[in-house]
Design a protein around this ligand. Structure first.
Ligand code: ZN
Length: 329
């Protein structure tokens, strides 16, 4: 009995220290590692390398939190399957609201969503659900893998947060008149060709880069410019004065929120409406659904940010130059 008492205190103290260290590790180091590990695995399209345990083991380790480096997504494999089935339906049926209007589904935003959650997999796949779950975790949402209304609102909020959020006029010397050849409408009035200088330079760089991508099939001249009969990527609208915006409102009171806006990012000269297909600037779902499927739109979603342009998710044609948000590549 006496021996037992001698050893009890040091052993209890040692157990206590180990327990405290485990707790410290669990709540400080581990969360960072977990997110990193998930990001790595999800970008490899969830293909299971030989070094990783099977999905069922990963799900088990998920619960125990004992092997954070091997977690694929914070949802079990069967959970991802269920979420994938749900997403296949939600992409067309989810009811939500934006701009005071009822919206149905998120299929129009699929390319933007895929870019945001870093997956090339379709909305109806477990891989997509896994990428949703990782994104949900990073943004503090329940990790269901389902792109439900809560998740969509959070994503919209994030997209909107990256926009200009500005409608101040540029100084007159910051504006230049772009050549009419850059515009979608060859008969556009001469007083509607103004663009902010840096925005225009970035736009030209972006078009030159797109021209080099053979998958876009853009018609080009020998000097690498868009050919005169190529409509894609041309500017539909750039700088708009308050007077012109008011005139637009009068002419077509049903022109949608952007047309009606009294505080438009187009006032800054940093916003460009770019031709991406279909009817240039019509917000009807059927038109936007067509626009977001064009290779040019998909290219912009993947590449525009490199040139400082950020999307307005609701209008596939509307891109805003936000240079101070430009990533260094
Ligand atoms: Zn616009």
């Amino acid at each position: 009995m006496r021996d037992w008492k001698i050893y009890f205190l040091p052993v209890a103290a040692a157990v206590g220290v180990v327990f405290a260290a485990a707790l410290l590790y669990r709540y400080s180091v581990l969360p960072r590692l977990t997110v990193e590990a998930q990001r790595v695995v999800v970008t490899s399209d969830l293909k299971t390398p030989a070094t990783l345990p099977a999905a069922s083991e990963r799900a088990a380790s998920d619960e125990k939190q004992s092997k954070p480096l091997f977690i694929v997504a914070p949802v079990s494999a069967s959970g991802l399957k269920t979420a994938a089935t749900e997403n296949a339906r939600l992409q067309f049926n989810l009811q939500w609201a934006f701009g005071g209007k009822s919206q149905y589904g998120w299929f129009i935003y699929a390319p933007l969503i895929q870019q945001t959650i870093n997956t090339a997999s379709g909305a109806e796949t477990p891989e997509f659900a896994g990428a949703v779950a990782v994104w949900q975790q990073q943004f503090g949402l329940p990790t269901t893998g389902r792109l439900d209304d809560k998740t969509l609102y959070k994503m919209v909020e994030w997209w909107q947060s990256r926009r200009l959020n500005d409608s101040t006029y540029p100084a007159p010397n910051q504006l230049l008149a772009a050549p009419i050849a850059d515009f979608y409408d060859p008969s556009r009035s001469a007083d509607l060709l103004k663009v902010e200088r840096e925005t225009y330079a970035a736009y030209k760089k972006m078009v030159a880069a797109a021209a080099k991508d053979p998958t876009l099939n853009l018609k080009m001249t020998n000097t690498g410019e868009l050919a005169p009969d190529e409509k894609f990527l041309r500017i539909v609208s750039a700088f708009r004065s308050r007077e012109y915006q008011a005139q637009l409102r009068k002419q077509s009171p049903n022109s949608g929120r952007a047309g009606l806006a009294t505080n438009s990012p187009h006032f800054t000269g940093h916003a460009l409406d770019i031709y991406v297909g279909g009817e240039p600037v019509i917000t009807k779902d059927i038109n936007r659904a067509q626009q977001v499927q064009t290779p040019v739109y998909k290219w912009l979603v993947k590449n525009a940010e490199k040139f400082g342009f950020y999307p307005y998710y609701y209008e596939p044609w509307h891109w805003e130059y936000v240079p101070n948000r430009l990533k260094t590549y």
